[in-house]
Every structure is written in C-alpha cells, then in structure tokens.
Write a new protein. Structure first.
Length: 127
C-alpha cells in the first residue's frame, strides 16, 4: 500500500511535506526492485539540491542506482543511521528508511504524483 500523505516521482522517490520541509526516501516498489540494500551515498547537510537532480546513490546486491530528489531545497538533515544499517531501507522504506530532509524551495513540490497516480504508474510499469 502506497501512503496517501506524500507525493511520488517516476523514478520511485517520495517526499512527505511538513510545512516548509520535506522528507525524502524511495518507495517500496523501488526497494523491492533493488533487492537487499548494502550501501548508501547521501549528501552532506547544507547541500543545495534541485528538483529531479541526483542527490546520492543506493547500492544493492543487484545494482547501483542513482537517487533523484523529488523537490528542490537545502538538505537540513541526513538519516545517518542508514549508513550503519542500509537494510533499513528494505525493512521500512516509508518510515525509518527515509534518507534526507530538505528545507523546500518556494513552489516545491511541483509536478509529482499523488498515491493513486503513482499506484497506477507502477501497475503499468510492472507489466
């Protein structure tokens, strides 16, 4: 089940907006496609990122994939616990597996899907 309280990208990242900040992670679909996550490269606190720009990488037993931010802004927090336990992304992608928190640029998020649109998109992609 895809949570209704966030917005989604076609690259399978999500953002949960809380006021002027957004929490970013990858979807359950993405973590299942990746397999067991073994390493994450995440940005430094204070880094400025643009919407749909690469902000890090996720390495699994199957592949290395780039992470793209659904929103633009300044990284205000990084989930450092994921460095020690990257498998948390597999166990809880919508909770403890969050990756970064961003102070949002005005107008962010913009062109993102809601939960129903994302579920429809994934259903088409999985065929």
């Amino acid at each position: 089940m895809v949570p209704n309280d966030r917005r989604y990208t076609k690259e399978h990242e999500w953002v949960k907006v809380d006021g002027a900040a957004g929490t970013v992670g990858i979807t359950d679909f993405a973590q299942k496609q990746l397999g067991d996550v073994v390493f994450l490269e995440l940005p430094e606190k204070g880094k400025k990122i643009n919407a749909h720009e690469r902000f890090g990488t996720v390495e699994s037993v199957k592949a290395v994939s780039e992470l793209f931010s659904p929103v633009g802004g300044e990284v205000v927090e990084v989930n450092s616990g994921l460095v020690a336990k990257p498998e948390t992304v597999n166990a809880d992608p919508y909770g403890a597996g969050w990756m970064i928190r961003v102070k949002l640029d005005p107008g962010s998020p913009g062109d993102l899907m809601d939960a129903a649109q994302y579920e429809e998109y994934v259903a088409k992609e999985a065929k």
